[in-house]
Design a protein around this ligand. Structure first.
Ligand SMILES: [Zn+2]
Length: 326
């Protein structure tokens, strides 16, 4: 029997946890589904990653309202993926005035936002329940940096009693990944640059450059992190564990692809070679089976010399899936 495409058969609801990590920082995590972070100041609130739909965003807003009645002024998009950005209109309805994204992310929304939206909705229907409410693509109103990586391009926002710094630390999960950092409390909101015990989706990634970006994050010496997926990690040793986990996935995947290219294997051959190495280490984590075909496709492309990730469309998704399961 053929396996259902991507996560079309994944219908089990996840348990959501809303937990306080420090004086002003909160984690909204969901057993391997996309996480969000919340920073609550005396004057304003920032939400890092908008969730997939306005309905999901309203659930997060309700959680915030159990602990604060301050205005949600800022929404940060850590990158362009639909599951992170399409809930944004719910915050606008709540009075949010700024949607923040990096220059790299803005460019990617222009280049491939529409294709990504269609493709992601078909890959993971459960996450997009209520998607008919989405008014279209989410466009940033405040753009961070000029596309070059590094903290020199950061912006700093005063939320009242707490400052948050936002910048693009380097390519990894996408070309525009952006982090939020509350230095005074040493809490990092990484988006999908860092995951823990969940699939590391690399379909749009820059695998060779990703480890250096992870090391730039390690140098912050965070005491807590809200990863893109998986539980929030508390204590520097646990933060490093999530960085190591992500780095191991990215490097193992890319090494397998390099080996496949060296052996002149086709994509299917690359898939079996990768499975041999990665299944025993990562096969048990959330959305592993969802990620792997997209990951191997991108790793194989990058190892073959294709620098800019090819755009996924709903049609390309299906073609790839069928060719790898056949
Ligand atoms: Zn993503």
């Amino acid at each position: 029997m053929s396996k259902a495409f991507a996560s079309q058969a994944d219908l089990a609801q996840k348990k959501i946890t809303f937990e306080q990590l420090s004086a002003h920082c909160w984690a909204y995590t969901a057993e391997g589904d996309p996480n969000s972070g919340v920073i609550i100041g005396e004057n304003a609130i920032l939400v890092s990653d908008a969730t997939a739909t306005p309905a999901l965003a309203r659930d997060l807003i309700a959680k915030i309202r159990t602990v604060s009645d301050k205005p949600i002024k800022y929404v940060l998009l850590t990158h362009y993926h639909a599951v992170r950005v399409l809930g944004a209109s719910a915050y606008k309805a709540e009075g949010a005035t700024e949607i923040i994204a990096s220059k790299g992310t803005l460019d990617l929304i222009h280049e491939r936002g529409a294709q990504d939206m269609k493709s992601e909705m078909e890959r993971f229907p459960r996450l997009f329940q209520g998607a008919e409410e989405v008014p279209g693509l989410t466009w940033p109103t405040l753009v961070v940096g000029d596309g070059q990586p590094g903290r020199q391009g950061s912006i700093r926002l005063d939320l009242g009693g707490v400052w948050v710094e936002i910048w693009h630390p380097g390519p990894g999960h996408t070309r525009g990944d952006t982090v939020a950092w509350v230095e005074a409390e040493k809490v990092l909101f990484s988006g999908d640059l860092v995951e823990y015990e969940a699939g590391v989706y690399t379909g749009d990634a820059h695998l060779l450059e990703w480890p250096a970006t992870l090391e730039a994050l390690r140098a912050l010496n965070a005491e807590a992190i809200v990863p893109g997926r998986g539980v929030a990690m508390k204590g520097n040793a646990q933060v490093n564990r999530s960085l190591d986990y992500t780095r191991q996935w990215v490097q193992m995947l890319y090494q397998c692809a390099q080996e496949a290219v060296a052996q002149k294997l086709d994509l299917k051959g690359a898939m079996s070679l990768t499975r041999e190495k990665m299944d025993p280490v990562f096969g048990h984590v959330f959305i592993y089976e969802h990620c792997l075909p997209f990951d191997v496709s991108r790793a194989f492309d990058e190892a073959s010399g294709i620098k800019n990730p090819r755009i996924w469309t709903a049609e390309r998704d299906q073609e790839m899936w069928v060719s790898l399961q056949a």
